[in-house]
Each structure stands twice: as structure tokens, then as C-alpha cells.
Design a protein around this ligand. Structure first.
Ligand code: 5AD
Ligand code: SF4
Length: 442
């Protein structure tokens, strides 16, 4: 069996990484070529996210749409990722034409799953979290753009009371220093300029190298920065309870480390933080922010927020607004609380009524958007190195890329600049992007 594979990815960057690895694996083992058009595919994979309700609904509506689009043809439908992991064979109930369900920790078995389907098995379902490490079984990364991602840590032991991740991705574990270095070297050879170190809770990274030296995330960053060709580095996502002094220092010491940190707070209320099981207070979080900004004055801070956690009062929410005002985030994601099956919080009393959650979310987003716009406008006049990812729109003569703070920048320039770092003077800050002019000739 070989042919064309279409993969649609939901959720976080780790899912995006996993999708890339699945494509590499299918190409190498089965000669599958990736296609952008699902109508041309023989194998359709939906790599799913379970972190919020809507993501699940999106899965089933996307499945329905794709089924219609491919009606009358034999297409293998596979559901992988975190909904696959948690819902398992229940997916066959809502979408009986699905052939295969798997999870984020066993996609290295895809070739084997396909063989079993060829041999006549149907509605195949495997959500094992295997003891063998999937990374040892995957081929080397084949394709990379200017931004290369490497999963260095997976899973989570924090068990925040609202979160499904410990159930979908399993317990915390880290890849070895050598494997990370090898993968980064491969990405750089293929043209990656920026490297992103990924982990559900990447601050929990811990591994020995061959000499027996313990590497935490800060040391891993220092090590990866030594690799020739790594011009920019980022790490995502951090848990405030796992911050440490060294991780602050790397922002001052490692020139390639981009001035950007995604440090989710979720709520500004200590009472709610405690009910969420976050393991830190708002004041402790603010103290890290202060230290980080002292080490790196240009640091762009991003966060996640959940509004309407069970029992959240107007006063608790006010604490969240105050914290958002005080930090003045450069970027933030905010979500309505969604009870996830199997989590502790799903058992909690005192749900916040839906209209109230919606109203609070709108109030919070207004504050966050105001700070984001102010931050974007503050960039005007500065010269930023922009890593060009591609044309902003085909044929527009404009390029789009990201600066070190992860802001999107559009500017005029030739396509030959794609995949390179270009110094750009920022001339305008808009709500979601910046406009600039290059300060070098093409
Ligand atoms: N409800 C709403 N938002 C959630 N997140 C995680 N779990 C939930 C949930 N049950 C959000 C958090 C997290 C981000 C990835 O998704 O803000 O940081
Ligand atoms: Fe979604 Fe979490 Fe799974 Fe990423 S790890 S896809 S955020 S549920």
C-alpha cells in the first residue's frame, strides 16, 4: 500500500511536530507522498487535540466533511493524537467509517497498523503508551523549513486539575542530550535557522549526556546554542513552578536565545491557582517576571488564561484582570474553562454560568488585546531581525516572518530572502502584526 497521505493537525506545537514525523515515517516505510488536497488522498490522518471541548467537535465535523469529499472512493481514515488516546474506540460510534485510532505515543507503529488493515483487520484501535520509545523507531527528520522544531520533553506530571495532558501524553520524560543534538544538527543541515525546543512542560527537561553530566533545560539550551548554524533558539512551553535561576540567566547569556517566553499563568487569583493545582501563587509568578525582565529587558511575555474555572468569583476574575494589566503581556491565549472527562476539576461544584464565562472572556480579551497592540506599537522605529518564512500572500511582493519576540512582520522583499534573517525597520504596529521595511538591499 502506498499513495498519497493528507494529514490535518489540531492543537499544540507538539502535535504539529508529531504530524511531521508521521509524514517522514510514512514516506520512508511506505513511499507515501504528502498532499495538501484531501480529495487526492488515499490515507487521511487527523491528528487531534483533546485539551478543550471545541477541538473535539472540530474533529467530528472535519471527519464528516472529509468523508463527503471523498465519497465513493476507498480512503483509509485514521484518527491519531489526543482525542484518539482518550476516546479510543468510542470514535467508531460517532464516525463508523474510521479505520484506525491511535495516540500520540504510538504513532511509530503506523506502518504496522497499515499492514494489519491490509490483512483485513478493521476498526483497528491501539492507544497503548508503549515502553519502547517512539523516537528510537522513527526515521531521521526529512524535511524542515526555516524553523525547525524538536520535541525534547513529553508528558506531564503536574496534574493541573483541569488538564487532560497527563492522561493523553502520559508521564514526564525527556529525550537524551545526544539525540536532541543529533536532531538539531540534521535540521540545520536542511536549512533550519531557528530551533524550537518543545515540551508540554519543557522546564522539566532532565537528562544525562554520555559523560554522565545532568542537563536541565538551561544547560540543554547552552549546549544546543553551540551547534553551528543555530542562529535563533526558543523553548515552549514553561511551567512557572519549574522556573529556576539558571533559566533566567540563559536569557542574558545565550545570544541566540530569542527574547520570548511563554509562561502560562491561567489565573491571577491565588484561590483559583490553588484549586487548579498550579503549585505557585500570583506573587511568585510576578517575581519571576521581574527577574526575567531584569535579565532581558526586551523579553516578550506570552501567557495562557482559563476563565470560568469552577468557583471563580467576580473577585477572583478581577485578580486575573489586575495581573494581566500588571504584566502587560505581548501575546496571550485565553480560553473558557472546559470540563475534561477524567480530570479532578470535572468533579468540582459551583460551575460558572456560561453567559458569565463568555462575558469574562470578552473582558479579559479586551485587556489582553490592548496590551498586545501597545506592545506592537512600541516596536515602531526599532530594527528587528526577521526570519522570513515565505511570501505574505502569493504574488504580493511582500514577505512574512517573525522577529525574535515572535511578532509577525510583513515587509517588501524578494523571495530569495525566504529562509534567511533580514534586518527590518518596523514602521507600523497593528493588532496582530507589524509592518516594516528592510534595511538592506536585496
Ligand atoms: N479548559 C480550558 N482551557 C484549558 N487549557 C488546558 N486545559 C483546559 C481546560 N480544561 C488551556 C490552558 C493551557 C492551554 C494549552 O490550554 O490555558 O495552558
Ligand atoms: Fe492538545 Fe494537549 Fe494533546 Fe497538545 S498535548 S494536542 S494541547 S491535548
Amino acid at each position: 500500500m502506498s499513495g498519497a497521505v493528507y494529514i490535518r493537525t489540531f492543537g499544540c506545537q507538539m502535535n504539529a511536530y508529531d504530524s511531521g514525523r508521521m509524514l517522514d515515517l510514512l514516506a520512508e516505510s511506505r513511499g507515501y507522498a504528502p498532499v495538501e488536497d484531501p480529495a487526492a488522498a488515499d490515507l487521511i490522518i487527523l491528528n487531534t487535540c483533546h485539551v478543550r471541548e471545541k477541538a473535539e467537535e472540530k474533529l467530528f465535523s472535519e471527519l464528516g466533511r472529509l468523508k463527503k469529499l471523498t465519497a465513493g472512493r476507498r480512503v483509509i481514515f485514521a484518527v491519531g493524537g489526543c482525542v484518539g488516546q482518550t476516546e479510543g474506540r468510542l470514535i467508531f460510534k460517532r464516525a463508523p467509517y474510521v479505520d484506525l485510532v491511535f495516540g500520540p505515543q504510538n504513532y511509530h507503529r503506523l506502518p504496522d497498523f497499515l499492514t494489519r488493515l491490509e490483512q483485513g483487520e478493521s476498526r483497528l484501535w491501539d492507544v497503548d503508551i508503549p515502553t519502547e520509545a517512539k523516537f528510537d523507531e522513527l526515521p531521521a527528520v526529512r524535511s524542515a523549513g526555516p524553523i525547525g522544531s524538536v520535541t525534547v520533553q513529553e508528558g506531564c506530571d503536574k496534574f493541573c486539575t483541569y488538564c487532560v495532558v497527563p492522561f493523553t501524553r502520559g508521564r514526564e520524560w525527556s529525550r537524551s542530550v545526544e539525540r536532541v543534538v543529533e536532531e538539531v544538527e540534521g535540521l540545520v543541515r536542511q536549512g533550519a535557522v531557528e530551533i524550537q525546543l518543545l515540551g508540554q512542560n519543557v522546564n522539566a527537561y532532565q537528562s544525562l549526556d554520555r559523560e554522565g553530566v545532568v542537563h536541565d533545560l538551561a544547560l540543554l539550551i547552552r549546549r544546543v546554542a553551540l551547534i553551528d548554524g543555530v542562529r535563533r533558539l526558543r523553548f515552549i512551553t514553561s511551567h512557572p513552578a519549574d522556573m529556576n535561576a539558571d533559566l533566567v540567566e540563559v536569557f542574558a547569556d545565550v545570544p541566540q536565545l530569542a527574547p520570548y517566553l511563554h509562561l502560562p499563568i491561567q489565573s491571577g487569583s491565588d484561590r483559583i491557582l490553588q484549586a487548579m493545582g498550579r503549585g505557585h501563587t500570583a506573587a511568585e509568578y510576578l517575581a519571576w517576571v521581574e527577574r526575567l525582565r531584569a535579565a532581558c529587558p526586551d523579553l516578550a511575555l506570552a501567557s495562557d488564561f482559563i476563565v470560568g474555572f469552577p468557583g471563580e468569583t467576580e473577585a477572583d476574575f478581577q485578580d486575573t484582570l489586575n495581573l494581566a494589566e500588571r504584566v502587560g503581556y505581548d501575546h496571550a491565549y485565553s480560553f473558557k474553562y472546559s470540563a475534561r472527562p477524567g480530570t479532578q476539576a470535572a468533579q468540582l461544584p459551583d460551575p460558572v454560568p456560561e453567559p458569565e464565562i463568555a462575558a469574562r472572556l470578552a473582558r479579559l480579551q479586551k485587556v489582553l488585546e490592548r496590551h498586545q497592540l501597545a506592545g506592537n506599537r512600541r516596536q515602531v522605529g526599532r530594527v528587528e531581525e526577521v526570519l522570513v518564512e515565505g511570501p505574505s500572500r502569493p504574488g504580493s511582493g511582500e514577505l512574512a516572518g517573525r522577529d525574535g519576540t515572535w511578532r509577525k512582520v510583513n515587509f517588501p522583499g524578494p523571495e530569495s530572502w525566504i529562509g534567511t534573517l533580514v534586518p527590518v525597520r518596523i514602521v507600523e504596529g497593528m493588532p496582530n502584526s507589524l509592518r516594516g521595511v528592510p534595511v538592506v538591499a536585496p
